[in-house]
Ligand binder design. Structure first.
Ligand SMILES: Cc1cc2nc3c(=O)[nH]c(=O)nc-3n(C[C@H](O)[C@H](O)[C@H](O)COP(=O)(O)OP(=O)(O)OC[C@H]3O[C@@H](n4cnc5c(N)ncnc54)[C@H](O)[C@@H]3O)c2cc1C
Length: 302
């Protein structure tokens, strides 16, 4: 379960208390505000607050006194121009604050994105919940043979059952020991800040994560990519949907000029030009390494 009935009740109360405001709002984002989007077996993402909308990006780009909007078409064109030409600061004028519940090993990848503000649940102060990420059967795959950082074929049923048993057993045993160590039970227990050290990396943690739109899009470019680890990608995919509703013009430009775009090296461009004039270009005469040639072929295959 991603949120308890009590937590859902708090969210419902927040969602039924609208306020009038002079600030720019995004209708699409208002629909998401406060609600938890379930991710994995116990995780979620929910928007706690946001600032700005598509018009705010144009307002900043034009350094305008009023709304900054000229016409819808004009705004969309401007946003697409800004995205295409890496004029990124107007996108930094929009911000989002998320509440995320995620396994610790996912948090470790996520926290590498330094251009955000983070406040994590304190396991020195509070007791962690007995909630561990146990992958679904279809996420249990073997080590990839072509990519050292990825997964290959699905495990057999027998191997998958064994893995699940190990994961569940380890989680239960470690949490029992954690509880036993901190248990006051009339006697003095170990400090929470120390007892947590035997907990595995699939235990869930939570944080508030605030980031501007420019850096969020950078995060999404890397983590919603097909090469990103599945367990962080599902969070990024959910955030992509939120961003598409929040700033539809900016998100469309991001899809076209970042997610759907490719970067070609000078060698790749040279090979492409040779191909366009009918020359037969091969791995051997391309001047590229084996790996770069493979990536080039992937780009051409689409
Ligand atoms: C597929 C994949 C595999 C990865 N594998 C590994 C791995 O094996 N080991 C590992 O350690 N990490 C790994 N990473 C993490 C990666 O190296 C980056 O740390 C992470 O993606 C954050 O990117 P970032 O620094 O661009 O983002 P942010 O920290 O959000 O920074 C955004 C941008 O701000 C600028 N910036 C921020 N801080 C600084 C600074 N101090 N100095 C200069 N410029 C700065 C840079 O331009 C940066 O691109 C991996 C990431 C991906 C997506």
């Amino acid at each position: 379960m991603s949120v308890t009935p009590e937590q859902q009740a708090e969210i419902d109360v927040q969602r039924t208390s609208p306020q009038n405001t002079l600030r720019a709002v995004s209708e699409g984002m208002e629909r998401h505000l406060y609600s938890a989007i379930p991710i994995l077996d116990h995780g979620f993402v929910r928007v706690v607050d946001y600032m700005g909308n598509d018009a705010a990006i144009c307002q900043a780009a034009r350094v305008s006194y009023g709304k900054g909007t000229k016409s819808v078409q004009n705004d969309e064109g401007l946003i697409r121009y800004l995205m295409r030409h890496w004029h990124s600061t107007p996108f930094e004028m929009c911000e989002i604050k998320l509440h995320v519940k995620l396994p610790v090993f996912v948090a470790r990848q996520w926290i590498r994105h330094r251009t955000a503000n983070v406040n994590e649940y304190s396991a020195r102060y509070s007791i962690l919940d007995r909630e561990f990420y146990i992958p679904a059967r279809e996420a249990l795959a073997a080590q990839s043979e072509v990519n050292n950082q990825g997964r290959g074929e699905l495990l057999s049923d027998e191997a998958a059952m064994q893995v699940l048993e190990i994961l569940k057993g380890d989680a239960a045993r470690c949490y029992d020991n954690y509880e036993q160590m901190i248990s006051a039970d009339g006697k003095e227990g170990l400090a929470r800040e120390l007892a947590r050290m035997n907990l595995p990396a699939n235990i869930y943690t939570q944080w508030y994560w605030k980031v501007d739109l420019h850096n969020l899009l950078h995060f999404l470019r890397l983590r919603a990519d097909a090469h990103a680890q599945y367990e962080i990608r599902v969070y990024a995919d959910a955030i992509c949907k939120v961003v598409a509703d929040w700033v539809p013009f900016a998100y469309k430009a991001f899809e076209d000029y970042r997610m759907g775009a490719v970067t070609m090296s000078a060698q790749m461009m040279s090979c492409l030009r040779r191909m366009l004039v009918g020359e037969e270009v091969t791995k051997e005469n391309s001047g590229m390494s084996v790996r770069e040639w493979r990536e080039f072929e992937e780009v051409l295959a689409g």
